[in-house]
Design a binder for this molecule. Sequence first.
Ligand SMILES: NC(=O)c1ccc[n+]([C@@H]2O[C@H](COP(=O)([O-])OP(=O)(O)OC[C@H]3O[C@@H](n4cnc5c(N)ncnc54)[C@H](O)[C@@H]3O)[C@@H](O)[C@H]2O)c1
Length: 367
Amino acid sequence: MTQKVRLAIIGAGAVSDFHHVPGIQYHPQAELVAVCDPNEVLLAQRQKDWGPTKQTTNYEEIAADPEIDAVIIATPNFTHKPIALACIAAGKHVMCEKPLGLNFAESAEMYRAAKEKSVRHMTAFTYRFAPSMRYLQHLLRTGALGQPRHFRSQRFLDLPETSWSWRQIKKLAGAGDLFDMTIHRIDFAQNLLGPITEVCGAVAQFAKRDTTADGQPCPPSEVDDWSALIGRFENGAVGVWEGSTLMKGHHNNGVGFEWAEINGSEGSAVYQLVEPNSILIGKHGGSMEKQVVPPEFLKPASSLRDPSEGLPSTVFRYDLVYEFVSAIVEQRDAVPGFDDGACAQAVADAVLDSYEQKKWMTIDAKM
Ligand SMILES: NC(=O)c1ccc[n+]([C@@H]2O[C@H](COP(=O)([O-])OP(=O)(O)OC[C@H]3O[C@@H](n4cnc5c(N)ncnc54)[C@H](O)[C@@H]3O)[C@@H](O)[C@H]2O)c1
């Protein structure tokens, strides 16, 4: 396939502007041809920010447009399923933001629809693309750490305690920190170590968020702002995860704090979001030492992106679009797919069930 992949953005908000649209320029065959958002003021602004394209307030027009090949869905969580199903039914390839649906059943339905229609499907699990995460995967697969035993993840943000808009309404978001942040860490843990088979989890809410950023009263948050789980993997390893948006002192210019560690029978390695182009590695009897990630892990081989440019904790995010468009061009599955989105969601759902029922849950991610 040598012609352009004509992309539409559905949902022109923060994440589209942060990395989906900037990512398009790094694939020579990717082209932004349409933008959809019900907010007309934002739509007009995006014509200035992103350049002129077709524009519409109705995603069904995008689905029906024969001059669009693929869509990137970056809308509030409750809209992912109807938008994805409409676009898939019309034969579009779909990258959709996480959480893929509001629960495992929705996500599995989206996966089955994409598979039946033979379109490319991808879940936007951003952190899989961080250079040190890609290198960590290589270290595990080549046995450099020995048999993996422990996984540990901490993701802390220091966000304001004002309204989170749609993100704090349960029927629109599904859950809070758990579906917003921890679900990424569930995904990369399963990518590194294989399926999680059972979990014991908890969530908590500390901030009421009953005021908007400009001081107006609003309905209080219905979702968690802290989530945690312990889990067992099918391969025998065990994991511990904690995430929060209220970790004072961890603002760090909005990047926050992130640490993910694997301890194997031969050695340990650590990915950190704040320094994604290096990794901490330690061997039995030694100390954890910083190593530079080898160049082949800094970006996909043929991406036009120069990894020495831009903020390291931001620029790897552009590789999501590169993977999606490459999969379309090369007529292969995109990674991570909707199946990965659904598997992560099965675990996240089980965290809520575990907390509610006060017991360990067995994961059932049959699609
Ligand atoms: N992968 C990541 O790292 C990452 C980061 C941030 C957000 N996200 C996810 O991306 C999604 C969007 O988050 P955001 O922070 O950009 O939110 P946002 O509120 O900034 O933007 C969402 C946009 O979608 C628009 N929208 C609402 N309904 C729509 C519809 N029916 N059709 C088209 N557009 C519609 C809204 O008007 C808004 O402009 C969420 O699912 C979120 O979980 C992922």
